[in-house]
Design a protein. Sequence first.
Length: 252
Amino acid sequence: MKYKISAITHVGNYRHINEDAILVGKTLINGVSLSDPFLSELEGNHIVAVADGMGGHTAGHIASEIVLYYLRENFYKKGIGDVDSLISSVKKALDENITLHPERKGMGTTLSFVILGEDTIKIGHVGDSRIYVIDDTIKLLTRDFTEAWNLYEEGKIGYDEIRGYPLRSMLTSALIGDGEDYTPEFLKGEFKVKEGSYLLLCTDGFWEHFSDEEILNIVKSRDIKESASILLRNALERGGYDNISFIIVHLT
C-alpha cells in the first residue's frame, strides 16, 4: 500500500520551546515550529509517530527526540517490529541517557506510533497523545492514560468533557527516564485498514481544540495538505495554548 502524508509540529501561541517531535518514516522533525505542512509519500512497511515531551519535566524536548530517534533506529536499522520490544527499547534509551546526563533524570514524554503494513497496522501508545482511524466515521484507537480518562471510564464525566476537564493532563503512564527497570503501562493493537482510509496521530495540544466530528469533516472533505493547514489554523485561533503536532496518513 502507498501512503500520502501531511504532518505539522508547531510551538503554539504561548510556549517558548516546542517539546513535541514527529516521525514520518525515516524523517524525524523536532525542535522547530512548522508554519506549513511537511508532505511525504511512503510505500511498504514504515513507521510514523508523535511524541509530546512533558512540560514541566526536565528536558521534555530532549526526551521526545530521544524516543523517536531510537524508535526509528530500532525499526529501520535493527528490524524490530514488535510493539513491546520497541517500547521497552526506547524506555531503556531514556535511562541510558540520564546516566550520561544525571541532570535530565525525570525527563519524560508520551509516545504514539503506527507501524504501516500492507493492509494491517500495529499501534503502540503510552500517554495522552492519540491515534484515530477515519473512513466514513472516525474512531479513536487509543485511550488517554490520564486521570480524566479514568473518570470517563467510571462514567463520572462524558467523552466530550475530557477536553476541558481540569485533570485532562494528569498522566497515569508515560515514558520516563528515571533509571528504574520497568516498562510503563501501554496500549498495543493490530487493526485491518482499507484503501482510502486516513490515520491521524496527534498530541493533546491538537485534539483539545476539536470534537471528533469536526476532525472527520475537515479531513474527509479536503486533500491532506489543505486539511492540515486548516486544522493548524483553527487550533491556533482557538488558543494554541500548548505545542501542536499531528500527522495525517492517507492510505492509497
